[in-house]
Ligand binder design. Structure first.
Ligand code: XMP
Length: 507
């Protein structure tokens, strides 16, 4: 295994993820973990993470005595490199100014950079710098600003890098990590199957013989979690799927089908009427979101009360690592609730222990698990769909009639994307029903029909997004089909705004 000693970097989990990507098993331990604790993991290599402290401060966190004397290959990143330099007899000082952002390695050499040629862009974020090397060590990379961007120990297996090879802004950073694993002789046979087995073992250990409740939304995270829990603890889990009447065409059936392996553990709650009557007459988008959230809690609370009376103690959520960072900033310790499920709004007297098995995973990793767990492809690769569902894709008041119109139009758009093999090429796609009616001609008569917006975007993180350049022939076909099959719609427009300034949704 690779033991990652954490000194508080925001990237520590990302390092672990990169090591998994390189098919090696890693464990994150506190930076001050004892030698015995580390030995118990039988490390083949250590990685010292970055961190906010300065190594020359008296109370800065550091490896326990003896840890760096075991002959394990070590890669120190940022703070980790500075610590190595200091520990082995070099010198670290506050740099004149903070180096932050993309930097080019104008010089690099040796096995850590094997296979890499020319200038390499790497991400820097530090205010301290190594100013004197330990005896026998060498500088193996420099940037224009920073003469000591990477260092190597005489043993040929211990290195420090001032940059962050783990982040996407270091495009060749993975090669550096891979070179280190190779030099360290780390076994590279870790697969998603192992991750799955670990998760199952963890869930069993944590939950014991207690029972777990889960809300499924039909998205990939909660559906995968439902299958995982079913495999880990069988019928000691109940998954509640609330049909709020704001789902897409056929979505409920699709989820029921996909989660058939759950058998009786899947509880589908039909609550459309409750949601639609609460939404009656409401036009403000934020108000609509609040109402859907509130009604969801009411329904879920009702179910949860019945179940908690039967001894359910755990509430499972498909929270992913990026959700954790987004809502907490640091990622450790605090229990965060995915806001769109709003199960965080449960009343005080109805308390569960939170179970978040995917807390340290990224979306693509969950999709890999989904594949192993047999989640059907359309759900596994599904675009995100907002918690309030079609309620925020009908601009203005939500009525059963408008829902019906939007469902049919949306289904044509989405199935056409699939037919044209475009679905997986965009990150999210949606049809939006506007309250606007525009004039058209049908036969010899003027007619009025709704304006329908089509939205498709490409994005990595959904924070910014570019409108998708869908082929014109495709858009033409979709517009024809929609106006032919959904006569209430008179005009179809395609949204060519990126985010920012627009958002992905229209409300
Ligand atoms: P925007 O529209 O803010 O959307 O660019 C970014 C991503 O968030 C989704 N979204 C929501 N998801 N509840 C959710 O669960 C919401 O109220 C909500 N609003 C937007 C949106 O679909 C996109 O993926």
């Amino acid at each position: 295994s690779v033991v990652i000693l954490d000194y508080g970097s925001q990237y520590t989990r990302l390092i672990a993820r990169r090591i998994r990507e390189l098919r090696a098993y890693s464990v994150i331990l506190p930076g001050t973990a004892s030698l015995e604790r580390i030995q118990a993991e039988q490390p083949q290599a250590l990685i010292l993470s970055g961190g906010p402290a300065s190594v020359f401060e008296p109370n800065s966190p550091r490896p326990a005595p003896g840890v760096l004397e075991q002959g394990w290959p070590v890669l120190g990143i940022c703070y980790g490199m500075q610590y190595l330099a200091q520990h082995f007899g070099g010198r670290v000082e506050r740099a004149g100014r903070r180096e932050y952002g993309k930097a080019n390695l104008v010089h690099h050499t040796g096995p850590l950079f094997a296979g890499l040629e020319g200038e390499l862009q790497m991400w820097m974020s530090h205010s301290d710098a190594v100013t004197e090397l330990p005896p026998g060590w060498q500088v193996v990379a420099s940037t224009e600003e920073n003469p000591v961007a990477a260092i190597a120990a005489p043993d040929g297996r211990t290195f420090g890098v001032q940059f962050h090879p783990e982040v996407v802004h270091s495009p060749k950073g993975m090669q550096v990590l891979e070179n280190f694993l190779e030099l360290a002789g780390v076994a590279r046979n870790w697969t998603a199957q192992h991750t799955l087995e670990h998760l199952i073992a963890d869930i069993r250990a944590k939950v014991g013989d207690e029972k777990v409740l889960l809300a499924v939304s039909g998205g990939v995270d909660s559906s995968t979690l439902a299958l995982l829990l079913a495999r880990a603890i069988g019928d000691r889990m109940t998954a509640v799927f609330v049909d709020h009447g704001l789902l897409r065409l056929g979505e409920r059936q699709e989820v029921e089908q996909a989660l058939r392996p759950l058998g009786k553990a899947l509880r589908v709650v039909e609550a459309s009427e409750q949601f639609l009557s609460a939404l009656q007459g409401v036009t403000d988008p934020e108000q609509k979101r609040k109402i859907v959230g509130r009604e969801f809690i009411r329904v879920f609370e009702r179910e949860a009360r019945q179940l908690s009376a039967q001894g359910y103690r755990w509430l499972a959520q498909g929270t992913l690592y990026p959700d954790v960072i987004e809502s907490a900033g640091s990622g450790e310790g605090s229990a965060n609730i995915k806001s769109h499920h709003n199960v965080g709004g449960l009343p005080e007297d109805l308390q569960f222990e939170l179970l978040e098995p995917f807390r340290y995973l990224f979306k693509d990793e969950v999709r890999e698990l989904a594949l192993l767990l047999g989640l059907p492809e359309p759900i596994r690769m599904r675009h995100p769909f907002p918690g309030p569902g079609l309620a925020i894709r009908i601009l203005g008041e939500v009525t059963p009639q408008k829902l019906e119109i939007l469902r049919r139009a949306d289904d044509i758009f989405i199935s056409s994307l699939r037919d044209w093999n475009l679905y997986d090429q965009v990150s999210q796609a949606a049809a939006i029903l506007t309250p606007m009616q525009s004039v058209g001609v049908v036969g010899d008569e003027r007619s009025y029909g709704y304006v329908l917006g089509l939205r498709a975007v490409s994005t990595i993180d959904f924070m910014t997004a570019d409108w998708a350049r869908l082929p014109l022939e495709f858009l033409d076909e979709v517009a024809r089909k929609i106006t032919r099959q959904v006569p209430e719609i008179g005009r179809v427009v395609y949204d060519i705004t990126s985010k920012p300034p627009a958002t992905i949704e229209w409300e």
